[in-house]
Design a protein around this ligand. Structure first.
Ligand SMILES: [Mg+2]
Length: 293
């Protein structure tokens, strides 16, 4: 069933689209997604960016999408994808942070080029099936405990605040895996470190407003108007609340991927509802083309 379409005031200039669970499940495209995105890309007045919290390198993500059938008409090039991994690299470099990485080695080698990892002064957590084990989490716990103590002791001598020591590429709690079952995301491991050390993580990916602002300004320039941007995704927190709280004009929830019945009402108590709830990316793009452009 379609939700009642809602009038939208400003013309849409940009569309942000989540990847996992929204256009892709495991290795396969969501039925109709390729044609729908090609149709959207043909709208000359609209810019499209794929925005993902995936802890996969942009290059292997693009290869995965190409294998699933998203050709250059759907996703023109690697610049059309913004990942929380590349935003994390920028953040580390800007803040002179040297991470201990709970991130897959392959990703560190390809996407953290130029990041110094000697003598670590922070911990970065992503979705890392081979790293999120007792030994490595305990190492991270010990490092964070030492850094927290050193920060507290230098409190009186330094003028500026210490940078965040725990950095989350994403804090998604779960996602729909390639075997069509839900799997643990990095979120629970981030919470574990926060609670045991007594620190608050700095979250880079969705729902962080900074990530949305970076995405919108990369499409529309610095003088961007976020209200002329739409977000489409399967995560009511990351994709819907996050986008609307960052000032985007419209957020469409799709009933694919991690969506479970009733998700669209999950954020109602905070006064936030999806602008529209669509059966899939196909209906979401139809809605954009016929209602708000
Ligand atoms: Mg998703």
């Amino acid at each position: 069933m379609m939700s009642a379409p809602k009038a939208h005031a400003s013309p849409i200039k940009a569309v942000l689209i989540d990847i996992s669970g929204t256009i892709l499940i495991g290795e396969h495209a969501i039925p109709g997604a390729i044609d729908a995105i090609q149709k959207l890309q043909q709208q000359t007045n609209v810019k499209v960016l794929f925005l993902t919290n995936s802890s996969t390198s942009s290059m292997s993500l693009l290869e995965q999408l190409r294998t699933a059938g998203f050709d250059e008409l759907a996703i023109p090039k690697i610049d059309a994808i913004m990942t929380s991994v590349s935003a994390t690299r920028n953040y580390l470099l800007q803040n002179n942070l040297r991470p201990y990485c709970l991130v897959e080695d392959e990703l560190v080698e390809t996407d953290f080029v130029g990041v110094n990892r000697n003598n670590p002064n922070c911990v970065v957590v992503g979705l890392a099936r081979s790293k999120l084990n007792y030994e490595k989490l305990n190492w991270a716990f010990r490092l964070l405990t030492k850094l927290k103590k050193a920060d507290a002791e230098s409190d009186n001598t330094t003028i500026s605040n210490p940078p965040p020591r725990l950095i989350a590429i994403s804090r998604a709690t779960h996602f729909l895996d390639s075997d069509h079952e839900l799997s643990l995301g990095p979120g629970g491991f981030v919470t574990l470190l926060e609670e045991t050390v007594g620190v608050t993580a700095h979250v880079i990916g969705k729902p962080s407003p900074n990530f949305y602002q970076a995405a919108v300004s990369s499409l529309l320039g610095i003088e961007y108007d976020p209200s002329s941007t739409v977000m489409i995704g399967d995560d009511v927190k990351g994709d819907v609340s996050g986008a609307l709280e960052a000032g985007l004009g419209c957020a469409i929830l799709v009933k694919t991927g991690k969506y479970v019945t009733g998700d669209e009402l999950g954020t109602k108590t905070r006064g936030i509802l999806p602008t529209f709830t669509a059966d899939s990316i196909v209906e979401a793009i139809d809605y954009i083309c016929s209602n708000i452009m």
